[in-house]
Design a protein around this ligand. Structure first.
Ligand SMILES: *Cc1c(COP(=O)(O)O)cnc(C)c1O
Length: 394
């Protein structure tokens, strides 16, 4: 009954990630692929997969914080790294020293230039335009003065404007017209920047949904620019409602599992977990699954699926979580009494919350929690071991 290996594990299949990079490459041709591995690669372990995505054909890595980029440099990643969300406390000096490509939206351009002056090196910069998302990025109104200033700083030898980019608001809803409107503004602003004397090489707008829907859009060429920033697709997940990973030729890379750590017989009317919101309808067997919200399992996701792989004569099957999900554990009702006997093999059974193949898709957890697949994988907590696997391990 004792088994080896981690008790709670997010296995990340590197062969799936390689497959996904190739799928993305087939959509974008020779364009630059900025593989977005911010937020610890959406929970997949950035240090562990950075080299995999580069070897599979990514040209650069996208981060949000300079700290995230510096952490990758510290583990020996010498590929181009880009970071685009700064605060006045951001360590621009280290960023320039380490050659991090910096997105600049406004005030940060001056801070970057100042750091470059201190370091005595040229800061690599991509200017960001707010074409409609309403977050960071320079507004169209401020763009003429912003680009003029960038040109001055470039002429002074402090920065090199290597790219221009924007971020899309509704690319995951391909029928909405706002994407075309954003791209229209984008194209205009890029022309203005060139007219102002800048010569940016890399023009990028598309995220995962933009990249996967570009072929169906009239604005597809502008959408793909000559580079894309793809995050979710690397991990094999679909950003489009009603479209599965398989539909996009993607393989979900992460499988989250643990082991059943208690199996017991209970009578009808047994309350389950805090609040006693679930009561067994008849005598049955309960199995305890030792993960909860401290592991990143959303507390609100009662009813979400867990697939059990018994070690005995019982068949693998998927069950809904019953009762409240607690900090460390949750319960499933096996549906009938008498299943605690060892021959059924439930104690120690592998319990998979989501993963590839027959396992529940992460989207079922997202639906149960009222959120999106991005959030479920990203929030799996450090209490769950990340283990990188390949198809051979399956
Ligand atoms: C996170 C992020 C992306 C990646 O988005 P996906 O939908 O995961 O591909 C691209 N660009 C910016 C600016 C981002 O912050």
């Amino acid at each position: 009954m004792l088994t080896s290996g981690p008790e709670r594990v997010a296995e990340v299949n590197l062969d799936a990630i390689v497959h996904n990079v190739r799928t993305i490459r087939s959509l974008i041709g020779e364009r630059t692929l900025i593989a977005v591995i911010k937020a610890d690669a959406y929970g997949h372990g950035a240090a562990g997969i950075a080299q995999t995505v580069l070897d599979a054909g990514a040209d650069a890595l996208g981060l949000v914080h300079v700290r995230e980029a510096l952490a990758l440099r510290a583990v020996g990643i010498d590929a181009p790294l880009m970071a685009w969300l700064h605060t006045p406390s951001t360590d621009f000096v280290r960023a320039v020293q380490e050659g991090i490509i910096l997105g600049a939206s406004g005030w940060d351009l001056e801070a970057i230039a100042y750091a470059a002056q201190q370091v005595g090196a040229v800061a690599r910069v991509h200017l960001k335009i707010d074409t409609g998302l309403g977050r960071n990025g320079c507004t169209p109104a401020d763009w003429p003065s912003f680009t003029a200033r960038a040109k001055e700083l470039q002429d002074a030898g402090l920065i090199a404007v290597e790219g221009i980019f924007t971020h899309l608001a509704v690319a995951d809803e391909p029928d909405r017209k706002e994407t075309d409107q954003q791209l229209d503004v984008f194209e205009n602003m890029v022309s203005q920047a060139r007219a102002a004397g800048l010569n940016p090489e890399l023009i990028h707008a598309a995220n995962t949904p933009g990249t996967f829907t570009a072929a169906d859009k009239e604005t597809g060429e502008i959408l793909l620019g000559n580079g894309v920033r793809v995050g979710l697709g690397l991990y094999g997940l679909s950003p489009l409602a009603g479209v599965t990973s398989g539909d996009l030729n993607l393989r979900p890379a992460m499988t989250v599992s643990t082991r059943v750590n208690s199996v017991k017989e209970v009578p009808a009317g047994q309350g389950v977990s805090y609040g006693l919101n679930y009561s067994t309808p008849h005598a049955t067997t309960l199995a305890l699954i030792p993960v909860g919200y401290a592991d990143g399992v959303p507390r609100v996701a009662t009813g979400a699926p867990v697939r059990l792989y018994p070690n005995g004569k019982a068949e693998p099957r998927t069950y809904p979580v019953v009762g409240r999900i607690a900090m460390d554990q949750m319960v499933i009702d096996l549906g009938e009494p008498g299943l605690s006997a060892p021959e059924h093999g439930y104690l120690g059974a592998r319990a998979v919350l989501f993963g590839e193949g027959e396992n529940p898709p992460v989207e079922e957890w997202a639906d149960a929690a009222g959120t999106i697949n991005y959030e479920i994988v990203t929030r799996i907590s450090p209490r769950v071991a990340r283990v990188h696997t390949t198809d051979k391990d399956a």
